[in-house]
Design a protein around this ligand. Structure first.
Ligand code: MN
Length: 514
């Protein structure tokens, strides 16, 4: 008995992207959307079209390209925003307009400065307008958990009468606790007379670390859609994490008697992709997708696992697609074996990209005896980043030490294949490299974050550098991986600069469009 289905509504590209410092370009958003589609996400909230041309373009592009998932566009409860949302999703095979409006007393009094009657009218008329365009309309009474309960029932009844097919109960500020949130859902089921005509959705934030717990309690009490993000990224402490929701429902189906259509074997891969693109590192101890999620340290546990996995493992790591860290390939492996391994891991590269990736793999295998799946993943990430470069890092060389002046020489290949070279001094080798690159690329920016992590164990491990730069009020992340952390730092910086340049270029193109 599978029970009823819970719809998975992913808002990584909207609420997740809204999180401080993330900035994805339309093509990166499309890549993520394609992966979400392949993962089996029911509804993809692709953006908030009225807020920027970039968001509008991304939603329009995703609507055109992604055919299996419903594509949703967010809008305020006003005509212009609703029209713009529709304009962005109208080409989707399955489109959805998502209207939101605050209903809590504190928001009404201080933010909207409107009476309850006005808010009710605005909510229903906005939903009615959206319904004229689209048969699939979701309404969110924002800050639901702090809304007067009688007024909430009235609003929900009103918007469902106006045509809303999904009503989303939002714990916008992450204040609720499971027992209370569950009662709220139960109350809605009992007290909103026309509730059977709509799907109840929940949108929980993690300010108290309860987003997943609240969402799971809600489905036990009658909700059938959960809004979540990959890795739980989102405003402040983030949203409910999709991988935790999905594995919670699956692992404890004995309690929930529910299921989702998510292909759990792709959870790990999706998590890495989102982390890669947004620059949000997955914490080591993150449930389901963290590096330590399936590592056993205690001797008693290890002993048990060897005898029978069930002793200390409630989930099989294979079920979420965690790659094994065993030796998979070495320096004698051929291109065919490499390609096969990539396919098993879910990467299909075209011929040119494959030749290039194979060359990088051989170089890595020369430096590092053991090449694991995680190394290969990082290498493919590197390949994906270089595919969309404006400037390519061709050569980097540093000299440093305790009695020398750190000096860097860099050579870049520019947008017209021109070769650019320069050198600079710095306070340290990374500083010298960045200064030399700045002399060539000449984009004013500030480095705001810099971190180095090792991808696998061992002294010959690949180092991964993550940086964040700011320019013109926007933040851009960059990543780079190499066995040499100075080279990884240079790659990360080039990656951030390239993102910045591509973003500037696409926003210019858009302005020129009719
Ligand atoms: Mn939110």
């Amino acid at each position: 008995m599978k029970g009823e289905r819970v719809l998975i509504f992913d808002t990584t590209l909207r609420d997740g992207e809204q999180a401080a410092g993330t900035s994805l370009n339309p093509n990166e958003k499309l890549e993520i959307a394609r992966q979400l589609e392949s993962l089996g996400v029911d509804i993809i909230e692709a953006g908030f079209p009225i807020t920027s041309q970039g968001d509008f373009d991304a939603v329009r592009l995703i609507s055109k390209e992604v055919r299996n998932s419903t594509i949703c566009a967010l809008c305020h409860a006003n005509d212009e925003a609703i029209d713009r949302a529709w304009e962005a999703v109208k080409r989707a095979r399955k489109g959805r307009i998502h209207v939101f409006l605050s209903t809590s007393k504190v928001h009404l009094t201080y933010q909207l400065k409107k009476s309850a009657t006005d808010v009710l009218k605005l909510a229903t008329s906005s939903v009615a307008r959206a319904c004229k365009y689209c048969g699939d309309v979701e309404f969110t009474p924002m800050d639901t958990t702090r809304t007067d309960i009688k007024f909430l029932y009235e609003v929900l009844e009103g918007v469902i009468d106006a045509g809303a097919t999904t009503v989303n109960i939002a714990d916008t500020v992450g204040y609720s606790i499971p027992s209370e949130f569950g009662r709220l859902i139960e109350g809605i089921c009992k007290n909103v007379p026309n509730i059977s005509k709509a799907v109840i959705s929940v949108h929980c934030h993690n300010d108290l670390g309860l987003a997943v717990a609240n969402s799971l309690e809600a489905v036990r009490r009658g909700a059938r859609q959960i809004e979540c993000t990959v890795n739980g990224i989102g405003e402040r402490a983030g949203n409910a994490a999709m991988e935790e929701i999905v594995m919670g429902i699956k692992t404890r189906s004995d309690q929930y008697h529910l299921y989702t259509d998510i292909d759990t074997m792709q959870l790990y891969k999706t998590s890495r992709m989102v982390s890669e693109f947004t620059g949000f590192i997955v914490p080591q101890n993150k449930a389901i997708v963290g590096n330590n999620a399936f590592r056993h340290q205690s001797g008693i546990h290890q002993d048990g696992i060897i005898k029978e996995a069930n002793t200390y493992e409630i989930m099989d790591p294979k079920d979420v697609g965690v790659p094994s860290s065993a030796l998979v390939l070495g320096k004698l492996s051929g291109r065919h074996a490499f390609k096969e391994r990539l396919l098993e891991m879910g990467f299909s590269l075209d011929d040119d990209a494959l030749i290039h990736a194979f060359k990088s793999f051989k170089e890595l295998a020369d430096k590092k005896k053991v090449v694991t799946d995680r190394d290969i993943q990082s290498l493919i990430g590197e390949e994906m980043r270089t595919a969309s470069e404006v400037y390519h890092l061709d050569h980097v060389e540093v000299s440093c030490g305790n009695h020398s002046m750190p000096t860097a020489t860099v050579r870049l290949i520019g947008p017209n294949k021109e070769i650019l070279a320069d050198a600079a001094l710095g306070t340290g080798p990374v500083d010298a490299v960045y200064k030399a690159i700045n002399r060539l690329v000449r984009v004013p920016n500030q480095l705001t974050e810099f971190s180095v992590n090792s991808i696998t164990e061992g002294i010959d491990a690949m180092g991964e550098v993550l940086i964040r730069i700011e320019s013109g009020g926007a933040g851009y992340t960059g990543r780079g991986a190499d066995t040499d952390i100075i080279v990884a730092s240079a790659k990360a910086y080039m990656n951030a600069l390239n993102r910045l340049l591509v973003q500037k270029r696409t926003s210019r193109q858009v302005e020129n469009e009719p």
